[in-house]
Ligand binder design. Sequence first.
Ligand code: PLP
Length: 358
Amino acid sequence: MPSTAGPVPGPRLRAVLDDLALFQPSAAPSATGPVHLLGSNESPDDPLPGVLAAIADAAAHVNRYPDFAGTELVAELGRFHGVPRESIVLGAGSVALLQLLFQAVGEPGAEAVHAWRSFELYPVLAGLAGVRGVRVPLVDGVHDLKAIAGSVTTRTRMIVICNPNNPTGTVVEAAELSELMRHVPSDVLVVLDEAYFEYVRAPRVASGVAMHRDWPNLVVLRTFSKAYGLAGLRVGYMIGEPSVIARLRTAGLPYSVSVVAQAAALAALRLREHVFARVEQTVAERRRVRARLLDAGWDVTESHANFLWLGQGPASIEFACRCSGAGVLVRAFPGEGVRVSLGSPADNDAFLAACQGV
Ligand SMILES: *Cc1c(COP(=O)(O)O)cnc(C)c1O
């Protein structure tokens, strides 16, 4: 049903465009606005020098189309994960691969099941692909896999599991996910969105890279946007069973990962020891900031990502405004909570200072 009374002037477009909530990025940094950018879960660190050098070298070749298959990057990813290159497909960020997946299952009547609250783009991408999104409420910030299994019908084509979950930071364990996989018909695609996997310190976490070997209907999404610090270049990838990947590949746009993005991702992957050292600092900050907040009486979910979730309920907007007034940009989910990314120690101290006296 169109959300507006009467026709919208101008060209006739799909009604779903008027119904979809516009994706709202965190406010852009400005000279007068917040200086601590903790709203988008980005890496706070400057690109590694070796990555910047690779970007500069690649810039000399942008008159040519990118390597169609991303040969070198795919080979390095294959070695890193121990999977054949036929199991890997690149995308312009993992969000582009999510869009590919929704389109690949988007026949009339198709449904996709996902948890809620979760990544805000799932309902948008479902709507754009003509897929009915089925939202299964989190329980205490955690995926309710039994309820997700119970929501599967003959119309279900896809289940998306965000692990760790954005914005709550909680994880699904391997045993629980195996249980879900046993319940799910083998013609339903199960997508693990592991955008924050590098930050997980839960020993029993489900790993899509490990589990796709047992379940051909399972694919996993990873990204260079978070731990690898390349959000601005847009590179992600999907791993799955080669015959499934071969069919899904057809739904992707050719040449979508640029020359520069491929080179930067390859350099970052080769420098992964440095990347992982930075991730370790973020994990240490996560523990420090959460401990400080718990000491001060805050309710903070244990997170396995590069952000913390404060279940502020109705006070969320007011709290986010207070942070903004103190120069700290966070992400508020009205009526539910506030997600704050872990930045540099100075960023995080600014956030802790803003929390004082609330
Ligand atoms: C940040 C994020 C992504 C990453 O998207 P890119 O397109 O790779 O930048 C994917 N999924 C979730 C849940 C995220 O929070």
